[in-house]
Ligand binder design. Sequence first.
Ligand code: MOS
Length: 708
Amino acid sequence: MTALTTGARASAVGTAHTRVEGRDKVTGAARYAGEIPFDGLAHGWLVLSTITRGRVLSVDADPVLGMTGVLTVLHHGNAPRVDIDYTGVLGMPPDPTIAVFQHDRVPHAGWPVALVVAETSEQAREAAESLVVRYEEEAHDVTFPGERPDASTGPGPGGPGATEKGDLEAELAASAFVLDAEYSTPEEHHNSMEPHAVTALWDGGRLEVVDSNQGTVWVADELAKLFSLDPASVRVRSEHVGGGFGSKGVRAHQVAAVMAATSLSRPVRVVMTRRQMFSLAGYRSPTTQRVRLGADAEGRLRALEHRCLSRTSTVYEFIESGAGPARVMYDAPAHHTENQVVELDVPSPTFMRAPGEAPGSFALESAIDELAEQCGIDPIELRLRNEPEVGPVSGLPFSTRNLPACFREGARRFGWADRDPRPGVRREGRWLLGTGTAAASFFAGAAPSTAAVTAEADGTFTVRINAADIGTGARTALTLVAADAFEVPTDRVRVRIGDSDFGPAMIAGGSMGTRSWAWAVTAAAGELRERLSLGDGIPPEGITVRSDTTEAVGALAQKERHSFGAQFAEVAVDVATGEVRVRRMLGVFAAGRIVNPLTARGQFRGGMIWGISMALHEEAVRDRNTGALYGADLAGYHVATNADVPLVEADWVDDPDPDDPVGIKGIGEIGIVGAAAAVANAVWHATGVRHRALPIRPDRVLTAGTRA
Ligand code: MOS
């Protein structure tokens, strides 16, 4: 562990700490965006299209406007115009889906066509459900994958569309072992516990927004651009957030709420229903992936090809870059990766925890397991033989790459050494037992952030940083980081977050939030301590120092920066019903210095549990006739619940990032990476049958049978 503190004071970073807002949350004192009171609050209810493709002929607002409490009906015929010709703070153009009510086109089922605003939420809902919207319907296509000659190659969050080196066919032909397999993952939804909720207030040229999001600057910046407002006149606050997972950026409801607030000059609240979240909140595209591997007699890769096809809407290109992990994990003389996408009449997909890596690692880490089987080499040993010296595509050195340490420690704790590699030979009554493993990685970076720290006259310290705590424990982590930086106990530090007036900072995303914010806090605190050491005393208003890490982050040396991990799973498969039960899971991660072991363990385990869910349960099924989802709710969309989740352990090896002032890398997403592959590989080990399509449903297990 890096020693970052001086004197006898124990480091707060690295010590388990309960959430600083934990008491507020469990007592209900912590208020979320949809429940903060406002004087004169009006309630908006979104009306979504019932057709999948076509155009709106009319919105029959008059009868609804006569209903009790109804204030207005916004639709494409009367809504204010907005400007979507801009680049957002993430460096990407906006998804035009957020520019609500700008035209009569309907590009997918569940497209927002109107907002009904009333005095109460109940009145708004009743009126919204009574609103008659007439459509001209056109034929739609939601079929994925099918034959897709129209697929195009393009970049995603994971990097460029395609990478290529070496002669793939020649290396495959010269390989002692060749694997060529196709994998698929279904449409998956994040659907956080707290639905998306916003309250907008237009007050004398100033826009006040109370919201649930992953970055108030993200939302404030885009609202200012959409409505052509001076950024200084837009304030977005987001104090407590009940989950985001990539879905809580700028979405249709915030824009609709601002439109209504400006036209009514009243605060307007819009909350998505759970069902609406399935078409308005973004989701993970389904994928079909082809992996071709060629290895020599010792299992060393000569050829690696990973191609991933995903799906986007007709209005916005978002690519699920499943071929990304191969660019980091394994090298070969011939190395090809490609991410392709097709446009269909579906909602736009978006970032969903470990975008690219989650589905990509399922395919790649299943394929590596299949190759290990072919080669007759232990799957951990095969991975160790293929540890690259430098980034396989970038050619850059790794800042740290402690994947072997994760496998060694994981194997020891999981009891891997005693494993009989033969599949389908362990039976316990009607259960077949098996174990599996997979590797994990996720990009570890830092983004520019600003922070303000104040030494108060009473000897306490206040940190103001526009961080977002979306349930990760970010506020608590920053309290520990700040306590170390000020060299005081944690109870002398208060951390204020979630307010765009605090200035620009990284969003809670890309596993980069805590690291980026901690950097800014540490920098400001260091400067403040220097000021305090001059011994001038603290005036009543305190002494405030601001930091901006733009330069420091920009000066980071060019290296491959990633967290790594080793996932292990044991499953039991019921040969009579096809049911798969995970019996235990272990994840060992090399993910930088761990700030708060308590919440970090929860973060890793949450990702791993999501991996169980992805492997066995989650699947949104789109009806090709209606173009909409069957069962767009949490009854129809199955997620792992308590009975599905056995002993799940997460731990880590020492892995401080040498280029980070606190040693942090970031842990938000890596927990899910490889987790589904570890489960699927365990199902193979139990049954002797490969499952290359997720989820591994009982009917699929029964249909595929066993080789036991
Ligand atoms: Mo995450 S998918 O970067 O919120």
